[in-house]
Design a protein around this ligand. Structure first.
Ligand code: ADP
Ligand code: ADP
Ligand code: MG
Length: 451
């Protein structure tokens, strides 16, 4: 297969390592970019070449489009993989790559723009007959407009920033008396965080599960979905444990939500890998919430049960190859669970950067570790606290849980604190084991502890 000669990875941490691994297996040379804080980072050591792109502050390095494009130019890289976070959902970056004659391994700038405008994405997909959370049709621009919608759908509601992401830019409103202030505050926060104060409204469902569909789409117009991931275990709207398949989806519902995702991808002429996120209420009604126009942190659980390498598919699709299998050939085997190991205090969830003095990763049957840690490496305070992903696969959910527990107990890190003790509590919880939980699981788990 004729693929790219050389790819630049515009990212750091575990995802940069993951992409380099895929490139090596495909026989593609790699270029790492790094900030001054990351000069000894694993992604730099593993890549064939590396280039420093600026100071530790992401705005001056990993978000610096000019520096990254110069690095690609100097090293003669033919394509750029953006990973997740940083510039991955920046349409301007995708455009700048294209204009420089470099292949952006991801969707078109147009699709990225739609995904980045959550109010618009909802509006487009609703018109295509995909169920969305009841709420505003597009953005809301005044308190009056808010009131009208809330009268129709009732409280509680959630104000969301059109440009929001990473679990930020959301505000739940439970009482009528809070509406005015909440609208004003949410607008101000969205402007400060995302440079765009535009808001929209959704009905807030207190008891939901987060179900998302991984899709792949090629330039020839083929679209397949790789089933769902259940990412219901969250704290402050951020995922902590993800699994596939979902313990609550029937074959019929999986097919239905999968078809919504494929239809949605077709509607916006989506290309490359992407995720369509839904919430599913306590009566198992699905509602679309947003599109993630990039590879996701939790993609390994899908890889483990489908045997599809999502990163390799991204690269092949970007080169112009069509997807090598059909929907009917996608088979799910076993059960996979991922725990996001963060460098943080397991009780307070506050960051815990530092030097890793000792590390032992788990192994054995059914265990996969995606990480950038090594003994002596530095966990920098400048970046996301995710340091490792432990993925356990079993022939069924029960076996995956037991394996994950065994793996987490086997893992040993000295020098930084991690949230491993928190995951052990989750895995031991009877509701988690039964698969009976909603997005409020982490919150209630802690409340019960206090009693
Ligand atoms: P996933 O859906 O893949 O689990 P997350 O929401 O955890 O994604 O985001 C992955 C990474 O991207 C995190 O580091 C997060 O902080 C970052 N991120 C996601 N969306 C945004 C955004 N709109 N602005 C800034 N960072 C973002
Ligand atoms: P982000 O762009 O930050 O990922 P999402 O719109 O995907 O934001 O929402 C993040 C999480 O917030 C969801 O996974 C879900 O747990 C919760 N959430 C979002 N919308 C709703 C809603 N309408 N009702 C209840 N929970 C919601
Ligand atoms: Mg989301």
């Amino acid at each position: 297969m004729d693929l790219f000669r050389k790819i630049l990875i515009a990212n750091r941490g575990e995802i940069a390592v993951r992409i380099i691994r895929a490139c090596k297996e495909l026989g593609i040379k790699t270029v790492a970019v790094y900030s001054e804080a990351d000069k000894d980072a694993l992604h730099v050591k593993l890549a064939d070449e590396s280039i420093c792109i600026g100071p530790p502050n992401p705005a001056q390095s990993y978000l610096n489009i000019t520096a990254i494009l110069s690095a690609a130019d100097i090293t003669d890289a033919e394509a750029i993989h953006p990973g997740y976070g940083f510039l991955s959902e920046n349409a301007q970056f995708a455009e700048a790559c294209i204009n420089s004659g470099i292949t952006f391994i991801g969707p078109t700038p147009e699709a990225i723009r739609i995904g980045g405008d959550k109010a618009k994405a909802r509006q487009i997909l609703k018109r295509k007959g995909i169920p969305v959370v009841p709420g505003s049709d597009g953005p809301v621009t005044s308190e009056d407009a808010c009131m009208k919608i809330i009268k129709k759908i009732g409280l509680p509601v959630i104000f969301k920033a059109s440009a929001g992401g990473g679990g930020r830019g959301m505000r739940i409103v439970k009482e009528e008396s809070e509406i005015e202030q909440a609208f004003f505050m949410a607008q101000r926060e969205a402007l400060a965080a995302f440079g765009n104060g535009e808001l929209y409204i959704e009905k807030y469902f207190p008891k939901v599960r987060h179900i998302e569909i991984q899709i792949l789409a090629d330039r020839q117009g083929n679209i397949v979905h790789l089933g769902e991931r259940d990412c219901t275990i969250q704290r402050r709207h951020q995922k902590l444990v993800e699994e596939a398949p979902s313990p609550v989806l029937s074959e019929k519902l999986r097919k239905r939500i999968g078809e919504y995702a494929v239809k949605a991808a077709k509607a916006i002429k989506y290309r490359n890998a992407g995720t369509f996120e839904f919430i599913v209420d306590d009566e198992l009604n699905p509602y679309f919430i947003e599109i993630n126009t990039r590879v996701q942190v939790e993609h390994p659980v899908t890889e483990e049960i489908t045997d599809v390498d999502i990163i390799k598919e991204q690269i092949k699709i970007a080169k112009g190859y069509s997807i090598s299998f059909k929907q009917s050939q996608v088979k799910f085997k076993g059960h996979a669970i991922e725990c996001r190991i963060n460098a943080e205090d397991p009780e307070k969830f506050t960051p815990s950067p530092g030097i890793v003095e000792f590390i032992h990763f788990p192994g054995g049957p059914g265990i996969r570790v995606d990480s950038f840690l090594y003994e002596g490496c530095k966990v920098s305070p400048y970046y996301d606290s995710l340091v490792a992903k432990i993925i356990a696969k079993g022939s069924n959910r029960q076996e995956a849980i037991v394996r994950m527990r065994r793996a987490l107990e086997e893992m040993s890190i000295k020098g930084i604190k991690t949230n491993i003790p928190f995951f052990l509590k989750v895995l031991d919880h009877p509701d988690f084991q039964k698969g009976k939980f909603f997005t409020d699981f982490v919150q209630t788990m802690n409340n019960n502890e206090k009693d």
